[in-house]
Design a protein around this ligand. Structure first.
Ligand code: F6R
Length: 608
C-alpha cells in the first residue's frame, strides 16, 4: 500500500523524507517521489522502482528546502511508471498532492476538469485532487482542500502543499490513515508510525473527516465542519518493528485483521446505487456472455481454493458448467478451449509461473481471459484481456489471507456481473446478494472480535501432528483452504475431506482425541453433515464445528463451536475461513514457528 511522509521545520527536508519513506518500504511499493519547496518554486522528482532509483535521480538535482512531501506508490489507477508516481501537481505546478486511497468519482471529475481546460499528465485518480485545488484556490490552501474533499467520493489520506503558502502543509483523512508527529519547531506527517519514530513519539492520530493545518510551530486540527478540535497527544511506545506491524505480533495477524477494510475496498464503487453490480473493467458484451458454453478457473494454492468456491458460485448463479484446475496441471492436459470458454486466472502476485503459462495457453487457443489479481502492473495484469483487481493492498506474510477473501469477493462480483449481462439472475436476487456482500466486512469484524474463543481448541490442536477438516459443498472448498493454511505455517499435517468421502477409507485414521474441524454452514446439507460428524465422534475425535448463527443443532453433537454471523449460505466462505486462518495462526505461534516466513515457501513462485 502507498506510504506518505511530510516534513516542515528547520532541517533539510529531503533526507527526512527519504528516511521516512525507507521505513515504509515493508508495505510494498512500485514507485516513489518527493516534492520540496526550494526557495520560491516547487521541485518534484519521481521514479518508478525502488527508493534507490529515486535517490539516483535526485542525485543530479539540488533539492534544498525545509518543507516537503514524499510518497511510495502501490499502483491502483494506472501502471507503475514515473508519470503515475506521486506527488501530482496541477497545470501550473503551484500545488502538489500526495494521496493514499481511491477517488471513486475521479473519472467524472477528470472529464469535468478537462472541459474546464485542465491538462492531465498521469492515469491516476490522485491527479484530480491537484487540479481541483487549483480550481478552488482563492488564497487559502486549507479552504481549497476543504472544497476538494466535499467534491470527491472514496477514501483518502492526503497532504497538499503550495508555492503560494510556503509555511503550511494541509492534510485530510477519510478511510486511510494519517498521523502527525510533533517536534520542536518542526512537525512531521506520515501514513504510518514507523516513518516518524526516529524523530518523535508524540503524535496526533487523525480521524475520518478531520483536516489538519500543519506549520513549523503549530498543528490545528478541524472536524468536517471546520470546527477546531482539542486532540489528545498520543505517545507511541512501540519499537520500529512492532510499529511496522501496526502493533500486531506478525504481518499475518495484521493482514487477517485488515480483511474488513480489504473487502470494503474491493467492493467499493463496484455496486451501483440501485444495488446492481458494475464491473467496468470487464469488457465482455452481453452477446459474448450469452454465447459462453463453459468457464474455466485456473490458479495455484490458495488462489486455486478461491477458484473452487467460484465454481459453486458460478454454477449456482449462472447455470453454466465450470472447471477449476491447478495451473501446473492445466497447462499440460491439452485443455479444451476456444472462444466460447471464458478463462478466469486468479493470482495474488500476478507473477506465478504456472498461472501465467495457463493464461498464455488460453489466449493462444482463443479464449477470452479475465485475470483476478492484487498487483497492478504484474505480468498477469498486463497479459490478460481484462483485469479485475482485488484491492487487498500488499500481502507481506507468505501465507495468503486477505488476498483469498478479496478473491472470493471479486468472484461473487464477476458472477453477478455476468449474470446481469446474460440475464441469468433476476435483478431482485442481485440486489439481495449485493446487500449481503456489503454486510460482510462488519461480519468479519465480529468474528475477529471472538478470536479468544479459539484458544482452548488451538492448544489441543498445536499438540497434534495430524488433523482433519471436513465439509460438504462450499464448506469443503473452505476446508481445503483451512487445511492448507494450517499445514503451511504450523507444519501440522492436515487433510481436508469432503465429509461424505470419509467412510471410503479415511475413517481408519480418525483416532481418539484427534482434532477434527467440521464446517457446517450450508443448511441444505446440515443433516448429511450431522451424520458425518457422528461418524468421527463415534471414533472419539475431538470436534470443533464452524456453524452459522441460527443453527442450534450442530453444536449439540460436538466438543466446541464457533458461530459465524448469519449470511446467505452462498457467501459463507468469506466468513467461515476467518476462524480457520486464526486457528492456523495461533497454532503456529504456539509451536514456535516463523509465521510470516514459513519454511520452503516463497511469496511469489516465478518458477515451474
Ligand atoms: C498459500 C499461498 C500460495 C499462493 C500460490 C499462488 O498461503 O499463498 O498457495 O496462493 O502460490 O500465488 P499467487 O496467488 O500469487 O499466484
Amino acid at each position: 500500500m502507498c506510504g506518505i511522509v511530510g516534513y516542515i521545520g528547520g532541517q533539510q527536508a529531503y533526507p527526512i523524507l527519504i528516511e521516512g519513506l525507507s521505513k515504509l518500504e515493508y508495505r510494498g511499493y512500485d514507485s516513489a517521489g518527493v516534492a520540496l519547496l526550494c526557495e520560491d518554486h516547487l521541485e518534484m522528482v519521481k521514479s518508478v522502482g525502488r527508493l534507490r532509483a529515486l535517490e539516483e535521480k535526485v542525485g543530479a538535482t539540488d533539492l534544498v528546502g525545509t518543507i516537503g512531501i514524499g510518497h511510495t506508490r502501490w499502483a491502483t489507477h494506472g501502471r507503475p511508471c514515473d508519470e503515475n508516481a506521486h506527488p501530482h501537481s496541477d497545470c501550473t505546478n503551484e500545488f502538489v498532492v500526495i494521496h493514499n486511497g481511491i477517488i471513486e468519482n475521479y473519472q467524472s471529475l477528470r472529464e469535468w476538469l478537462q472541459s474546464e481546460g485542465h491538462t492531465f499528465r498521469s492515469e491516476t485518480d490522485t491527479e484530480v485532487l491537484a487540479h481541483l485545488i487549483e480550481h478552488f484556490y482563492e488564497g487559502d490552501l486549507k479552504e481549497a482542500v476543504r472544497l476538494v474533499i466535499d467534491k470527491v467520493k472514496g477514501s483518502y489520506g492526503m497532504v497538499a502543499m503550495s508555492r503560494y503558502e510556503p509555511d503550511r502543509l494541509i492534510c485530510a483523512r477519510k478511510d486511510s490513515p494519517l498521523v502527525i508527529g510533533l517536534g520542536e519547531g518542526e512537525n512531521f506527517i506520515a501514513s504510518d508510525i514507523p516513518a516518524l519514530l526516529k524523530y518523535t513519539r508524540q503524535t496526533f492520530i487523525l480521524n475520518d473527516g478531520e483536516l489538519a493545518d500543519v506549520t513549523r510551530d503549530s498543528v490545528i486540527i478541524e472536524n468536517g465542519n471546520g470546527v477546531p478540535i482539542d486532540k489528545e497527544i498520543i505517545h507511541i511506545e512501540w519499537d520500529v518493528l512492532a510499529a511496522e506491524k501496526d502493533g500486531y505480533e506478525h504481518f499475518m495477524l495484521k493482514e487477517i485483521h485488515e480483511q474488513p477494510k480489504a473487502i470494503r475496498d474491493t467492493l467499493r464503487s463496484r455496486i451501483t446505487a440501485d444495488g446492481l453490480v458494475n464491473l467496468d473493467e470487464v469488457k465482455l458484451t452481453a452477446e459474448q456472455t450469452k454465447n459462453l458454453l463453459k468457464v474455466v478457473m485456473v490458479a495455484c494454492g490458495t488462489a486455486y481454493h478461491a477458484g473452487l468456491v467460484g465454481k459453486y458460485v458460478f454454477e449456482k448463479l449462472l447455470r453454466l458448467p465450470v472447471e477449476v484446475d491447478v495451473a501446473s496441471e492445466f497447462r499440460y492436459r491439452d485443455p479444451l478451449l476456444g472462444e466460447d470458454t471464458l478463462v478466469v486466472v486468479i493470482s495474488q502476485s500476478g507473477e506465478t509461473a504456472d498461472t501465467l503459462a495457463a493464461l498464455r495457453l488460453a489466449k493462444e487457443k482463443g479464449s477470452p481471459v479475465v485475470a483476478v489479481t492484487n498487483v497492478v502492473g504484474s505480468t498477469v495484469s498486463r497479459e490478460a484481456d481484462q483485469v479485475i483487481y482485488t484491492w487487498a493492498g500488499p500481502e507481506i506474510a507468505v501465507a495468503s489471507t486477505k488476498a483469498y477473501t478479496t478473491q472470493l469477493i471479486v468472484l461473487y462480483l464477476l458472477a453477478l456481473h455476468l449474470g446481469q449481462l446474460m440475464e441469468a439472475i433476476p435483478n431482485e436476487e442481485v440486489v439481495l446478494l449485493t446487500q449481503e456482500l456489503t454486510q460482510l466486512p462488519s461480519h468479519v469484524d465480529q468474528i475477529l472480535r471472538q478470536a479468544n474463543e479459539l484458544t482452548e481448541f488451538t492448544s489441543r490442536l498445536s499438540q497434534w501432528e495430524d488433523t482433519f477438516f471436513i465439509g460438504r459443498g462450499l464448506d469443503y472448498a473452505v476446508a481445503l483452504e483451512g487445511s492448507l493454511k494450517l499445514k503451511e505455517i504450523s507444519y501440522i499435517h492436515a487433510e481436508a475431506y469432503a465429509a461424505g468421502e470419509l467412510k471410503h477409507g479415511t475413517l481408519a485414521l480418525i483416532t481418539e482425541n484427534i482434532p477434527v474441524i467440521a464446517l457446517a454452514t450450508q443448511p441444505q446439507l446440515y443433516e448429511k453433515m450431522w451424520s458425518n460428524i457422528k461418524e468421527v465422534k463415534a471414533r472419539d475425535a475431538y470436534v470443533l464445528a464452524i456453524v452459522m448463527e441460527g443453527d442450534r443443532e450442530t453444536g449439540k453433537e460436538v466438543d466446541a463451536v464457533i458461530t459465524i454471523p448469519a449470511t446467505i449460505p452462498l457467501l459463507s466462505p468469506v466468513l467461515s475461513v476467518i476462524p480457520l486462518q486464526l486457528l492456523s495462526y495461533y497454532a503456529a505461534v504456539q509451536r514456535g514457528c516463523d509465521v510470516d516466513k514459513p519454511r520452503n515457501l516463497a511469496k511469489s513462485v516465478t518458477v515451474e
